[in-house]
Design a protein around this ligand. Structure first.
Ligand SMILES: [Zn+2]
Length: 430
């Protein structure tokens, strides 16, 4: 079925960079997005495209702004239960809050309810794709995949691998972690819009035997993702140096076990050397920029310019529950501030890029999502700049101005509807 959506429309064709290069995006003040089933059929000015579709098949969303579905490159669904828990730094926070919360996911019913709530919240925030950590329990990943399949979402997820330095209830071992991951890959990877990520929590939480088993999986299933944390915090890095004295760097630990490759995704990457960035780029690995988490846990400031210089793909991420919001708009606002502290500008066009096409490139999914190229999957967000009095009052003169206002002071209230694979889900109807 063909349907048209008439609104202002913005999407990226490439990285607009710090200067907001206008050839890297397209915008239509009175635009029309034509969707055929679950795919994008056409995009352009309403006046030029309206002949391609009957008037009764056009949804009139004038006054609103359509952007591609937002992509969260790193988030922990079991940690929604402890979002905004008062904590100090990473390692204490994990022990005090994250680990106790994750223990509840041994219960399949609990995991199912949490997965439903989590995905409904993503959609309410305009997020249509995410790379998600489950817990160590196989049932937690199963619950998430089932809930994502029911919603038709494109989602990457994996069961955590963790066999040391954690509570006993949350520990697997090298063999069971391998077997459970393998079973999940065989069941879910490539089914519907789902993908599997081999998910060692971080270098500290896995024995060398487990990292070796993870590397074996990564080689056996080269189209799966590897999803983990890297260089978030100084205490963590010192502990990695003690635990793996033979490695020249934190990244070197992952590289040694075959976990640095195309479709490897590393969250944080705050404290890297140039050589690490070069190695990431060389292997085609990508990085998730998690500004609200980095600020909340006081971990450090992400150096986007250095990543760009080294040609490392970067996608935006919430990192809930270290992050403080599932809203990618709020995450973009935090990214702006993190970069402002380093004198790196972040125009709205580039923030949107990092949460759409740039994130799709980081996840190696830009052949099917990230912008409105005809043929791509029809995931999009309808933003309502008038949703709150202050944004209605502050309404920008241009699409870029409006987007900037929304990324600085907008949130899930400004998401009027989200379309997943062509199916429009209005606010409150999920
Ligand atoms: Zn994380």
């Amino acid at each position: 079925m063909r349907r048209g959506y008439r609104a202002s429309i913005f999407h990226c064709l490439d990285d607009p960079g710090e200067r907001a290069d206008a050839s890297a995006f397209e915008q239509f003040d009175d635009g029309l997005l034509i969707v055929d089933g679950d795919r994008i059929a056409a995009i352009g000015d309403y006046s030029l495209l309206s002949e391609q579709i009957g008037e009764s098949d056009v949804v009139d969303l004038r006054g609103r702004l359509i952007v591609p579905g937002l992509i969260d490159c790193h988030v922990h669904f079991p940690q929604l239960d402890i979002i905004a828990s008062y904590g100090e730094r990473l390692l204490d926070w994990l022990e005090r809050y994250a680990y106790p919360a994750e223990m509840r996911f041994a219960d399949a019913d609990y995991a199912r309810r949490a997965a439903e709530f989590f995905l409904d919240e993503l959609i309410a925030n305009g997020t249509t794709t995410a790379a998600v950590f489950a817990t160590v329990h196989k049932v937690s990943a199963t619950a998430l995949f089932e809930a994502a399949a029911a919603r038709g979402m494109r989602l990457i997820a994996g069961k955590v691998l963790m066999d040391r330095d954690c509570p006993e209830e949350l520990a697997d071992d090298a063999e069971s972690g391998y077997a459970d991951s393998r079973e999940l890959i065989e069941t879910w990877h490539g089914r519907d819009r789902l993908g599997y990520a081999i998910t060692p929590r971080f270098a500290l939480s896995s024995s060398e035997a487990q990292l070796e088993a993870a590397g074996r999986l990564a080689a056996e299933f080269p189209d799966t993702w590897v999803h983990t944390h890297l260089a978030e915090n100084h205490d963590e890095i010192e502990a990695v140096n003690r635990q793996f004295p033979w490695s020249e760097s934190y990244l070197g630990v992952y590289a040694r076990f075959g976990l640095l490759r195309r479709r490897s995704l590393f969250a944080h990457c705050l404290h890297l050397e140039d050589a690490d960035r070069a190695a990431l780029a060389d292997k085609g690995a990508a990085v998730a920029f998690c500004p609200t988490s980095n600020l909340f846990l006081g971990s450090g400031l992400f150096d986007l310019a250095a990543m760009h210089e080294a040609s490392v793909p970067v996608g935006m991420a919430t990192d809930v529950g270290g992050g403080t919001s599932l809203s990618m708009l709020k995450t973009m606002g935090a990214a702006y501030k993190v970069l402002a502290l380093q004198r790196q500008p972040l125009p709205a066009s580039r923030a949107i890029y990092l949460a759409t096409l740039g994130a799709a490139r980081a996840l190696d999914l830009d052949d099917c999502i990230g912008n409105f190229e005809p043929g791509k999957e029809a995931d999009f967000v309808v933003l309502d700049p008038d949703a709150t009095p202050i944004t209605a009052h502050r309404r920008g003169a241009s699409i870029e101005e409006t987007l900037f206002t929304l990324m600085m002071i907008g949130d899930d209230r400004h998401v009027a509807a989200t379309a997943v694979a062509g199916k429009l889900i209005e606010k409150g109807s999920a």
